[in-house]
Design a protein around this ligand. Structure first.
Ligand code: ADP
Ligand code: IPE
Length: 245
């Protein structure tokens, strides 16, 4: 049915965003199992969760680069690579052939160089991108996996883009703080977004803005609960639980 699927595994699902470097291995494994049996071409990306946001926030990133930032920058980058290696390990166990494409090396100029994603995808690998810190024009910037999906979608024109997060989709209000928030099965522009704690890339609000950009290049964009990845099998069905944009 689908030819090329782009996925973001949110840091909110595969880590505990409130506890530094707490990996949720079981959730990650379940997601990758579900994706691997779809048997379609995949490009995967993942967020940093508590492997990135906590130290980045404590260090005031994003910001103008100062010499004293070197160590914290280095820690965030190393923690992101650690998370990436864990995910790649699970992908291998599940029969995929991941190849990690470092965000550091693709954001050299104004726009990201996606050549390696193209090359490895065409050879049968599953390219694996990641949210990370980068240094550019005297600034410490944070590239989220959502940013990567915006760039990747414009080039690859995927049939389907999947955002996996820790809630059932996009609601009319933050489901974690508003008890009667309603899940939007399809999108409405007047949504209230609350700032997620420990998130330096803008939480659901900025994700939604990026999704609107991605939508121009993708057949379909869905936001699903990464803790219930089996729901992906219901995309297109009436009882699909998630948000279709
Ligand atoms: P991820 O790490 O998976 O990319 P984020 O942590 O950035 O995701 O965003 C997911 C969080 O956004 C949810 O845990 C939820 O509490 C919060 N959120 C705020 N407003 C909304 C909304 N209107 N709909 C859904 N989630 C929302
Ligand atoms: C953030 O990436 C990268 C860093 C903080 C270094 P994302 O913004 O994609 O991560 P999540 O999904 O929100 O955790």
């Amino acid at each position: 049915m689908f030819v090329l699927i782009l996925v973001k595994i949110g840091g909110s699902v595969i880590t505990d965003k409130n506890v530094y470097r707490r990996f949720r291995e079981d959730s990650c494994k379940k997601i990758i199992q579900t994706l691997s049996i779809l048997n379609e071409d995949l490009i995967m990306t993942h967020g940093a969760g508590s492997f990135g946001h906590i130290i980045a926030k404590k260090s005031g990133f994003p910001k103008k680069f100062k010499q004293e930032d070197v160590h914290a920058f280095s820690i965030v980058h190393k923690d992101v690579l650690d998370l990436n290696t864990r995910i790649a390990g699970i992908m291998l166990e599940e029969g995929l052939s991941p190849i990690s494409i470092p965000t550091q090396s693709i954001y050299r100029n104004g726009s990201p160089d996606l050549t390696d994603f193209k090359k490895y995808l065409s050879l049968g690998f599953t390219p694996l991108g990641m949210g990370d810190v980068i240094l550019r024009a005297g600034m410490i910037k944070i590239i989220s996996a959502d940013d990567l999906l915006v760039a990747l979608s414009a080039v690859f024109k995927p049939n389907l883009v999947i955002f996996m997060t820790d809630v059932d989709g996009i609601y009319d209000n933050d489901p974690k703080t508003v008890s009667d928030a309603k899940l939007l099965k399809s999108i409405d522009r007047n949504i209230a977004f609350s700032q997620v704690m420990n998130d330096v890339t803008g939480g659901m609000k900025s994700k939604y803005e990026k999704i609107l950009k991605i939508r121009k290049h993708a057949g379909k964009v869905v936001v699903v609960n990464g803790n219930k990845p089996e729901r992906l099998n219901d995309i297109g069905e009436k009882d699909f639980i998630g948000t279709v944009i």
